[in-house]
Design a protein around this ligand. Structure first.
Ligand code: AMP
Ligand code: GLY
Length: 427
């Protein structure tokens, strides 16, 4: 089969890496890809907002299936567009993509179906929003309704900050929507829970814990993700049963009732408190950097999984995972998540081992004159799998130290909660 992967991040490099291991793979193209995907797929540089151009490339390259990595084209309806032209696509349609594309849609769906989530209000004007902020007090979470590339959420510790953030959203700071969602602050520990869904069934597709804050000890502004590990320590059998019954299943049923059954990866961002799950957000795709760790742990042929899913046959498939522990640490360009350095050469990559246990997944990179340069905030993902998380982390840090990129930085404490728990258990 010939496949196309849409996107250019670490997630897409990891998807290409896994697809390349399939004996059933013919041609693999990545649109637009990065310097990492270039080594294992054919990169084609097209704007991923230009669906017509993407369709032309798919036809020209005899592509049998398209896998959509990022949320933006999904929310803008790429699946509907390509399916109308009889292209096989893995990813939800435009309506179902509102689960991520509109926080108001997601929160209302939770309310209607009794899905546990933080208490909230949705506002399109200042007076009512202000009253709500004064009523709930702080901490309070202020969210833009639409896509905001991870920048639309602020956990506010003062009423003043909450009011400033609310006004910014109401006055159109985020072009995707002027609605503001104000939420109660949920205490607890976060967990990312992944599923793969077709019209007839869904499967668990891994768990992970992400580190969204830029600084060690989880401080500073939010980012797209500074690193992740899998499996998440928090996930027990009992908790998983609750997640499925209280959150995933009612959501999938609600989408069916809307006449838009969910199809694709569905990633639930959860807060766990006293062994109870609360939905913070849905993502309608794989996580980035979570995908990087999950692809190292996945044993079953990814192409086969996607083939079954797009034929609504997931029920017939057993998905197998490596039991070892996996970590990815993100190397970022100096300045990220604010304005960051660009076009800086990265040397030493050839010194790093590349095998089934150690991978450098590229994100914001490109190749020119046989040299690798950065062009994104998140640049590389040092991803390692080993018998213990501690060992995997060590391997990943050794690789980053060898790369020794002066124009970038990374967090040395990814996985700290799980590592601390392991240490406490030893005592
Ligand atoms: P979101 O984009 O909705 O996932 O929000 C980004 C991050 O903000 C989450 O990963 C949480 O760390 C935090 N967050 C969002 N909503 C809440 C909430 N209601 N209570 C506590 N933290 C939250
Ligand atoms: N790592 C968070 C996300 O993919 O949304």
């Amino acid at each position: 089969m010939n496949l196309a992967v849409i996107g250019s991040g670490g997630r897409e490099h990891a998807l290409c890496y896994k697809l390349q291991q399939s004996k059933k793979l013919g041609k693999l193209i990545c649109i637009p890809g990065n310097a990492g995907t270039e080594k294992i797929a054919k990169n084609i540089d097209v704007n991923i907002r230009d669906f017509e151009e993407i369709y032309k490339i798919i036809k020209k390259n005899n592509i049998d299936m398209v896998v959509i990595g990022p949320e933006e084209p999904l929310v803008n309806g790429i699946t509907d567009y390509l399916k109308k032209k009889s292209v096989r696509v893995f990813g939800p349609d435009k309506f179902a993509s509102q689960l991520e594309g509109s926080k108001a849609f997601m929160k209302n769906l939770c309310k209607k179906n009794n899905i546990p989530t933080a208490g909230y209000g949705i506002f399109n004007e200042w007076d009512e929003a202000k009253k709500f902020i004064d009523k709930i007090g702080v901490p309070i979470v202020v969210k833009a309704d639409g896509l905001a590339a991870g920048k639309g959420v602020t956990v506010c510790q003062t009423l003043g900050e909450a009011k400033i953030k609310t006004k910014e959203i109401l006055s159109g700071k985020f072009r995707s929507s002027r609605l503001v969602i104000l939420e109660e602050f949920l205490e607890g520990e976060e967990l990312s829970y992944f599923t793969i869904v077709d019209r007839n069934s869904y499967h668990f597709f891994g768990s992970a814990q992400d580190h969204k804050r830029v600084g060690e000890g989880d401080v500073g502004p939010n980012t797209g993700g500074m690193g992740a590990y899998s499996p998440a320590r928090l996930l027990t059998n009992d908790l998983e049963k609750k997640i499925k019954k209280k959150i995933i299943e009612p959501t999938l049923q609600a989408m069916k009732d809307f006449g838009h059954p969910y199809e694709g990866f569905l990633y639930a961002g959860l807060m766990i408190k006293d062994e109870e799950p609360y939905l913070i957000e849905y993502n309608i795709r794989m996580g980035d950097p979570e995908c990087q760790v999950l692809m190292m742990k996945l044993k079953t042929d990814l192409l086969e999984i996607l083939d079954y899913a797009t034929k609504n046959n997931l029920n017939d498939l057993d998905i197998q995972w490596d039991n070892n522990e996996c970590i990815t640490i993100v190397l970022c360009a100096n300045g990220y998540p604010g304005d960051y350095l660009k076009n800086k050469e990265i040397k030493n990559l050839s010194k790093i081992p590349s095998d089934r246990k150690n991978q450098i997944f590229h994100a914001g990179t490109y190749k020119k004159n046989n040299k690798i340069f950065s062009n994104g905030g998140r640049v590389l993902n040092s991803t390692c799998i080993a018998e213990t998380l501690e060992k995997a982390k060590k391997q990943s840090l050794v690789a980053l130290e060898k790369i020794n990129w002066n124009d970038g930085f990374f967090r040395k404490d990814i996985g700290w909660r799980a590592i601390k728990k392991n240490e406490d258990n030893k005592r």
